[in-house]
Design a binder for this molecule. Sequence first.
Ligand code: PEP
Ligand code: MN
Length: 344
Amino acid sequence: MVVIMHQGAPKREIGQVLAALQHRGLEPRIISPEDRVVIGVVEEMDQASIPKLREALAGLKGVEEVEEFGSAWKLASRDFRSQRTVVRVGERTVGGPGVAVMAGPCAVESRDSIISLANVLAGAGASFLRGGAFKPRTSPYSFRGLGREGLEYLAQAGKESGLKVVTEVLRPGEVELVARYADILQIGARNMQNFALLEAAGDQGQPVLLKRGLMATVKEFLLSAEYILARGNPGVILCERGIRTFETATRNTLDLAAVPLLKQLSHLPVVVDPSHAAGKRELVPALALAAVAAGADGIMVEVHPDPDRALSDGRQSLTPEMFRALAKGLEPVAELSRGLLGEG
Ligand code: PEP
Ligand code: MN
């Protein structure tokens, strides 16, 4: 349930609504406190009690409207927050003006290689550095990342290049460690429904980039975001990275329709990872441009200085030259799309 207060409703009236809800054993949350106060109640409520509660709330001073959530996801929905969420990382934004460009290798491989690549990427149009220190691999015998050492190299590369760092966390017990080095925590496709991990990421303050599961519907994706939001972390970025279909010519099938759909259903920013969707580097630039044309707030692409020698995902990694050329095209395409489609 969402209670929308009149513009400029005084604190006293807001307090009365909060008290009325708390009195019924509910836990109301205040959102958008600057402009118009909206109070949300996300708990499951006894259906029979709702009409009475609505009536009681509507009778309180300062209340303009009382609405039900139209969807199973609540905090992620546009009923809860009509303005778009802008995730701020220092002076960088995701969902703010401009396309957020996240680039880097699949995995951090060495100190020197990540630092020199970060400097190249910063000069070529990236704003965030990606790279895994803890890698989820299909086979336990594949390279699984440098762990803590990789986090240190990443943080150093971020500092030297001025890029903000995005990196994956695999286990709830490692959230605190990864958050010490990363600006944005990534939760990978394979962990999208690791609810303990989602809650641990929700309990800390760093923004979270949540990747869509390989077999997840849009609804399941939004409900996973809800787990993070429900723990009080508002900084969730949704990432479409391709889903598994019958098609084997590409690694996954990029669900481009999910981009405008997610933006209609939710106020959260949406980025697209065309690298894991395509699996082939020659397909990545076209999909990245298509993503921003479809309204994505950013892209995440894998880039490696020598893709054929990469320890993971070399086949889908762009060369730095390919990245430079792609990055130049992103903003013009996004601008054209915003002009034609509106800001959403
Ligand atoms: C990655 O970003 O390197 C990764 C493992 O992605 P996903 O979780 O989407 O497979
Ligand atoms: Mn990868």
